[in-house]
Design a protein around this ligand. Sequence first.
Ligand code: DUC
Ligand code: ZN
Ligand code: ZN
Ligand code: ZN
Length: 493
Amino acid sequence: TPFELTIRNGRIVTDGRVVQGDVGIKNGLIVAIGADLPPGQRDIDAAGRWVLPGGIDSHCHVEQKSGMGMMCADDFHSATVAAAFGGTTTIVPFAAQHRGMSVPEVLADYAQRAAEKAVIDYGFHLILANPDEQTLKVDLPKAIRDGITSLKVYMTYDKMKLEDHELLDVLALSREEGALVMVHAENHDMIKWIAQRLLDRGHGAPKFHGVAHDPLAETEATFRAISLGRLVDVPLLIVHVAGAETVELIRQAQSLGANVLAESCPQYLFLTADDLDRPGMEGAKFCCSPPPRDADSQEAVWQGLIDGTLATYSSDHAPYRYDETGKLPKGDSTLFKEMANGVPGIELRLPLLFSEGFLAGRIDIHQFVALSSGNHARLYGMAPRKGAIAVGADADIAIWNPEREVAISADMLHDNTGYTPYEGRTIRGWPEVVLSRGRIVVDEDGLHAERGSGQFIRRGPPDVPRREAPASGLGSRPYGRVLKALIGLEKQA
Ligand code: DUC
Ligand code: ZN
Ligand code: ZN
Ligand code: ZN
């Protein structure tokens, strides 16, 4: 037989079409797609199932210390196992530089920990908190050449935030070196100012996290980030978009030719600020930044995903336990400012979208594939190897049973958080068999992959569809000769 594995009789999503048929796999690659392929050494029956590219989660936090110094609950084993059980076959978490750390030491540390533990493939984005000469001129260009082709920068958090001129330095460099900059856009001073007034008045409960992180803080910083990107003529990607006004701002900027991309996450589709307002400290389980907002914002995020304003759907899995190691460092007297920021979602990200997006009729199966995998692969430089069922691509495949009903509870999940913000909901559809490079990672009898069997993906340059600003009128950019030279658009003034 020409195949090590044949997936038979599935509904295969490939190249913008749905094909009823088989997928032949050899040496970890997809080598044939068609009807009536010969049997493999092993066959998987996919009758009545969807055969989809494995998910790519391009925003998750694994074995990472937060800006506030708290350690995630998941390591590279538990996080990648949980990802695989939820239909994800590649993750791109963060390697986080904190002030005073050099980029090579950060990358070596993350690379070693992931290589020992990951069960699926992975890359890293570099979080830049220390954009000094050495970092910008030497270490970052080298990291990019080594396949770390994306960066995250923060506009808030005392220990992480960059000034606008530093953001401009990073953006200008990203064009020269071929990397994509991800921006956490919230206005630091607005949040700090509101939070201080709340605390002065004795308002420390979890729900006040949502008050401090006002939607305007997100919208203002997003506008500023977009403006910085336009000034130096570089694309950027706004992560974890939460609010309706921010979605609309991004849509308008795109219509004026701005090269702004954006991402959202399950917590902005399925949670609201009301979830933070639960009895006792329970609301801490729903605390992330930016926080979930209201029903109108949920609808706006759906529309953004549907019409392409938002290009990627990631988990922003930031796993902290509901105890003194994470959410409640001071037990019941923990103030909202002291709770670890972030919610778990690496396993439920795709099942939630499959059920409430695809099966509910909000998006079609091609949109599901683009939002869960294909767009991540292109924007983060992993196509055509990842993100599609295509001949020559890695055999990273999730086989979904659309009939299976699942009542969500924390004890069915595989991460180390110990709770889920989606407890008690019932969804439809589940990825029952998951392959990574042709290896069965998960099937009906559980996990098969070994610790350390995942591979580092050395990513190429981002493939960002380029929008052009109009030549004149609203949105046009008058780049004079001098400005062009200053920002590096032209070599000589
Ligand atoms: N930003 C993230 O990307 N994740 C969790 C918290 C945060 O501020
Ligand atoms: Zn962030
Ligand atoms: Zn995050
Ligand atoms: Zn098995």
